[in-house]
Design a protein around this ligand. Structure first.
Ligand code: PLP
Length: 382
């Protein structure tokens, strides 16, 4: 409400000094909270889709073809460009390839292991195959917290491949990134400080109203090379100190004053307050996973590195087909959702219909998670 009422437009420092400078402050606070080194700077965008689009535009620019100036078409010297991400990476990566003129064919989906993590040997083989065929690898996307199962790609090993191959490394941690605010829980992020860009969404698991996505990069000058276009009417003549004109790093000019809600969130809860709540979510998810694990009629279908539990009903006595088991689980989920008390989502893991409980709301308590488990078990015996 405040953002709408104040009506600031931090597209240039000149149009909103407070919007610009508060964004610099909150981006730096969040960087520190995530335990990332001060070589990272960044900005707030609307969504992870936009953040990853900007990151991959920078990767395209870093490849050295000056696509910002010359485009991609009508250039016989231009090889096919390639981006690598796991089979479990979010569709926004594929969409970025569509939008950036690379095409969906440019995205090479790397197979995963049985924990749904990108296989680094397969990544290396795909890069070698593309190079041998005259194609030009430009970027690798590692996901920490994939959308389906919240699996974690091996970031450290992927960073080593990116470094030895000279590729841009983008880490998509839109959902799980906030966990790096817990110093004791940073293991899944090891190596992300070597990334060229990182996205973390405060609007997913940091209690921030839509929309707010944090894009961090160690190479802001490349983002700027990809998007800066400064006609006379956008030139700041009276600037004495170097500041960000954020429109130079993004496709759009006008921007919302998103830093205000992030500043309020950080000031209101404090870092320790946020950590306490997020730790609680991990405990609630661990509790739920433990119920699934001890109950013979239920089966967990993926590791639980964060606060999302993937599982299904699958009694040992089951003699029906796989399709019938999928239908039974879809019916269980539907029954629970129709109570209107809790809302579960689903995915498919290794082909199996998978129910998901994901805990991330500020007001979710133990009693809600217990109720969810009770409703699921009731639905299963119907
Ligand atoms: C890993 C991951 N990346 C990106 C996205 C897209 O997020 P947004 O809606 O902010 O574009 C999601 C959304 O589910 C996601 O889980």
């Amino acid at each position: 409400m405040l953002t709408a009422t104040i009506g600031q437009n931090p597209m240039l420092w000149r149009t909103s000094p407070i919007g610009t400078e508060l964004e610099e402050v909150v981006v730096d606070w969040l960087r520190q909270a995530l335990g990332l080194p001060d070589g990272f700077d960044g900005l707030i965008t609307d969504t992870a889709s936009t953040s990853s689009l900007i990151a991959l535009a920078a990767a395209r620019e870093a490849a050295g073809f000056d696509v910002a100036q010359h485009g991609l078409t009508g250039r016989p010297e231009m090889p096919g460009l390639r981006v690598y991400a796991s089979a479990e990476a979010h569709s926004s990566i594929e969409k970025a390839c569509m939008t950036l003129g690379l095409g969906r064919d440019a995205l090479v989906r790397i197979p995963t292991n049985d924990r749904f993590e990108m296989r680094v040997e397969a990544l290396k083989a795909a890069i070698a195959e593309d190079r041998a065929a005259g194609r030009r690898p430009i970027a690798i996307v590692a996901t920490v917290g994939t959308t389906s199962s919240t699996s974690v790609d091996p970031v450290e090993a992927t960073a080593a491949v990116a470094a030895s191959e000279g590729l841009w490394l983008h880490v998509d941690s839109a959902y799980a990134g906030v966990i790096a605010m817990l110093p004791e829980a940073r293991a899944p992020f090891a190596g992300w400080e070597r990334a060229d860009s990182i996205v973390v969404n405060p609007h997913k698991w940091l209690f921030t109203p839509m929309d707010a996505s944090l894009l961090l990069s160690r190479r802001m000058e490349v983002l700027r090379a990809a998007f800066s276009l400064v006609p006379e009417y956008l030139r700041t003549l009276d600037r004495v100190t170097p500041v960000h004109d954020y429109n130079e790093y993004t496709p759009q000019l006008g921007r919302r004053f998103r830093a205000l809600k992030l500043w309020m969130l950080l000031r209101w809860f404090g870092l320790e307050g946020l950590r306490r709540r997020i730790r609680r979510h991990l405990e609630l998810a661990a509790w739920f996973a433990a119920q699934v694990d001890v109950e013979p009629d239920w089966e967990r279908l993926a590791p639980v590195p964060f606060s999302t539990v993937c599982f299904r009903w699958h009694p040992p006595s089951w003699t029906g087909t796989d399709e019938a088991l999928d239908d039974a689980n879809a019916a269980i989920m539907d029954t629970v959702n129709r109570t209107g008390e809790v809302f579960l989502s689903h995915t498919r893991l290794a082909g199996a219909f998978t129910i998901r409980v994901s805990i991330g709301n500020l007001r979710t308590e133990q009693r809600h998670v217990e109720r969810t488990w009770a409703l699921l078990r009731e639905a299963a015996v119907r």
